[in-house]
Design a binder for this molecule. Structure first.
Ligand code: NAD
Length: 343
């Protein structure tokens, strides 16, 4: 089986490439190498000749068509996106360009391949944020109404609508996934977990938005990658699958857990919890997301394998052991500053 993976040099894309290779797929990545990409995340696979990487933008119709014609993938996994809510508040334009126009460009190009190759599948990777926020109870399911509340979520929601429309109007064989928050190694340090680990390591304030009461469901990135492969291999065309772990946690409790793990690993800095600082909340910060993933579990037999605390401890260790991955980022592209205040 041949895969073309957009966003391959990002956090989830690189985990997916590794999982596909382990399962015997032939893999080609497609990535514009934006600030969020990290070539080092794919270095072992690229230098061993286990995969190829095309450096191009999904908004470039010619590059996309050439890649599809060259690779002739059985499955296009579409992960390329601008992915950080805070940056979408500071500058929404690139989110509209990549997440909406880029998805449109891919869909159009994919129609040509789908006509030649009936077994072709287009797996569109989306987020639970398209459904808006929940109160203290309830869960999102495949029938939840769309109610995005950030520019990021709105651009992903728009892309989901385009993908569904291309299936209905052009019979493009698509499948859609909406996943909860991912965690694991190789995540860009602007995101909550790596940011907290690196702030704690450097003895800097660990900034928690508002009171930290917001609740997220956390899935290990390797479990997400296996869910995507399951959907590609066994899912039904035209269906949507929600992906979640049933591991809900308040942000403040997550940050306290990281501080405690840092105390064990770097006792000289203990107690790291003294670094926790409450800062101005994100504008329009969604209160709670939770996923009912029973359709994916019962119909396709997927279950997450990595328990939250074990995965979190391994993630903290990965950042402590892989300074050469993140130090160049903190020295250049992103220095740990606050983003997304909309002022
Ligand atoms: N991280 C999460 O918790 C999460 C949860 C659910 C869904 N998702 C979705 O999964 C996908 C991947 O998320 P991630 O966390 O790995 O993001 P990421 O920001 O780490 O990686 C995104 C990748 O896409 C590439 N990219 C961006 N714009 C591009 C363009 N115009 N053309 C080609 N490549 C481009 C970047 O260079 C980067 O390598 C996204 O679609 C996101 O919406 C993420």
């Amino acid at each position: 089986m041949k895969a073309l993976v957009t966003g391959a040099a990002g956090f989830i894309g690189s985990a997916l490439c590794k999982a596909l290779i382990a399962r015997g797929w032939q893999v080609t990545g497609f990535d514009a190498m934006t600030y969020a990409a990290h070539r080092g995340s794919l270095e072992p696979e690229l230098s061993a000749g286990q995969m190829q990487l095309i450096e191009a933008n999904i908004c470039d119709g010619r590059a996309v068509s050439e890649a599809l014609a060259h690779v002739e993938p059985d499955c296009l996994f579409h992960l390329a996106a601008e992915s950080h809510v805070d940056r979408s508040i500071d500058g929404p334009e690139t989110f509209l360009d990549t997440n909406i126009d880029g998805t449109f460009t891919l869909l159009q190009a994919a129609r040509t391949l789908a006509r030649r190759k009936p077994a072709f599948r287009f797996v569109h990777v989306s987020t639970d944020e398209v459904f808006g926020e929940l109160g203290a109870d309830g869960m999102f399911s495949e029938t939840s109404a769309y109610a995005p509340r950030s520019p990021y979520a709105a651009s992903k929601a728009a892309s989901d609508h385009l993908v569904r429309a291309w299936q209905h109007s052009f019979e493009l064989p698509v499948l859609i996934t909406n996943c909860c928050n991912n965690f694991g190694p190789r995540q860009f340090p602007e995101k909550l977990i790596p940011l907290m680990v690196l702030k704690a390591l450097r003895g800097e304030a660990m900034p928690v938005y508002g009171a930290g009461e917001q609740v997220r469901d956390w899935l290990h990135v390797e479990d997400h990658a296996l869910a995507l492969i399951t959907v590609a291999e066994r899912g039904t065309v035209g269906e949507t699958y929600l992906v979640g772990a049933n591991q809900e946690l308040r942000n403040i409790d997550l940050v306290r857990q990281i501080a405690a793990m840092m105390d064990e690993r770097r006792p000289e800095g203990a107690p790291h919890a003294r670094l926790i600082t409450h800062v101005e909340d994100r504008p329009g910060h969604d209160f709670r997301y939770a996923i009912d993933a029973s359709k994916l579990r019962t119909e396709l037999g997927w279950t997450p394998q990595i328990e939250f605390e074990t995965g979190l401890a391994a993630t903290v260790d990965w950042y402590l052991e892989n300074r050469d991955w993140w130090q160049p980022i903190l020295d250049g592209t992103y220095r740990g500053e606050r983003l997304g205040l909309a002022t």
